[in-house]
Design a binder for this molecule. Structure first.
Ligand code: SF4
Length: 307
C-alpha cells in the first residue's frame, strides 16, 4: 500500500481499522472509488459547492443548538451563528465572499436558510423535540465517537445532536437538496449505512436505546427554502443485522485492499449525478495518471482525526 494511506490514524497494518459512514460508503459504492478517495486521498481541484453549502449550514445549526443548550436565548444564538457563517464564508485574503457558483446555493440563500430553519424549528417545546442531556448534565450536541465494533474494527463518526421526542431518543441530522422533499426523498434513508451507524452509535454513546434518526431536510430553491421533517427508524433486530453484515463486509473489503485489488463497479458510475472519477475511469488506463495530475489534488482526510 502507499505511505499516504498508512500515515492515517485509522489505518493499521496496511488496512483501515476505524471506519466512519463516509469511508464505508466509499467501499460500498465501488472499490476503485475507495482506492481513489481513501487510499490516494484524491479530490477534484474545484471545490463542490454542495459540500461547502452543506458544511456551513450543518455547522451553523449544530452551533445554534449548542449555544441554546448553554443558555443563550434564541435571538442571541441566531445572531451568533449568522455572524459565524458570514465570517466562515468570507475570503479574508481576497477580501470578498467565497465563491458560491450555483444558482440557488448562494451566500444570501445560505443565510436565509439558516434564519428560516431557526424560525421554523429553533424553538424547543415540552411536547416536541428537545435536545437530550447526558447524565453529566451536558447537552448531547457535537458527540464524536470511536466504538469497538468487533475484534478488528472500530466504528467512528460524529453525532451533531441527540433529541428526545415522546420519551424516545433520536439522533438529529440535517440534509440539503435542490429537489422536492417528500416520501421519495426520505425513502433513501432506509436502508442506509449512515443512518444505521448513527442509530447504532447513539445507543452505545448514550447507553440507552435510540429509535432512529430525525432528518430535517431543506429544499434550497432560487427564491425559497422549504423544510420537511422525516424520521427513519431502526429496530434492535435491524441494527443487529446491519452490524453483523457491515463487519463481514469490511472484512471482505480489507482482504481486497491487502491483495491490492480495486475493481470498478460500473453500476455505480451514474449514481447521484455521476461519479467524480468518471473522467478518469472512462479513459484508457495508460493516460489516467495524466488526467489525475491535471484535475485532482490530494487531501489526507482521516476518519479518526479530531474535528
Ligand atoms: S467512475 Fe465508476 S468505476 Fe470509476 S470510481 Fe466512479 S463508480 Fe467506480
Amino acid at each position: 500500500m502507499n505511505e499516504f494511506f498508512e500515515s492515517k490514524k485509522s489505518v493499521e497494518g496496511g488496512v483501515q481499522i476505524a471506519w466512519d459512514s463516509t469511508s464505508i460508503g466509499y467501499a460500498q459504492k465501488c472499490m476503485r472509488y475507495y482506492y481513489y478517495k481513501m487510499v490516494r486521498g484524491l479530490q477534484p481541484k474545484s471545490t463542490s459547492i454542495h459540500l461547502v453549502f452543506g458544511g456551513l449550514y450543518a455547522s451553523a445549526l449544530e452551533h445554534f443548538y449548542l449555544y441554546r443548550a448553554e443558555g443563550a436565548t434564541l435571538d442571541e444564538a441566531l445572531r451568533r451563528v449568522v455572524k459565524e457563517t458570514m465570517i466562515d464564508s468570507w475570503d479574508t485574503e481576497k477580501n470578498c465572499p467565497v465563491p458560491f457558483d450555483h444558482v440557488a446555493k448562494t451566500r444570501p440563500n445560505l443565510i436565509r436558510t439558516i434564519v428560516w430553519y431557526i424560525d421554523q424549528f429553533g424553538e424547543e417545546s415540552e411536547h416536541g423535540l428537545r435536545t437530550h442531556h447526558l447524565q453529566s448534565g451536558k447537552p448531547a450536541v457535537e458527540l464524536s465517537f470511536t466504538i469497538e465494533a468487533s475484534e478488528e474494527y472500530y466504528f467512528c463518526g460524529h453525532l451533531d445532536r441527540v433529541v428526545s421526542m415522546a420519551d424516545r431518543l433520536y439522533v438529529a441530522d440535517q440534509k440539503t437538496t435542490g429537489g422536492t422533499v417528500g416520501t421519495y426523498f426520505f425513502n433513501q434513508f432506509s436502508p442506509n449505512t449512515q443512518m444505521s451507524l448513527y442509530s447504532w452509535a447513539g445507543k452505545h454513546v448514550l447507553r440507552s436505546p435510540v429509535s432512529g434518526v430525525i432528518i430535517d431536510a431543506a429544499q434550497i430553491a432560487v427564491n425559497f427554502t422549504r423544510f420537511e421533517r422525516g424520521i427513519t427508524t431502526r429496530s434492535r433486530d435491524q441494527l443487529q443485522e446491519w452490524h453483523t453484515e457491515t463487519v463481514e463486509f469490511l472484512h471482505r473489503t480489507n482482504e481486497q485492499v491487502a491483495a491490492g485489488k480495486f475493481p470498478m463497479n460500473q453500476a455505480s458510475c451514474g449514481n447521484y449525478g455521476g461519479c467524480e472519477f468518471r473522467g478518469v475511469c472512462s479513459r484508457s488506463p495508460s493516460v489516467r495518471e495524466n488526467y489525475i495530475r491535471g484535475d485532482f489534488t490530494t487531501h489526507n482526510w482521516d476518519p479518526l482525526k479530531a474535528r
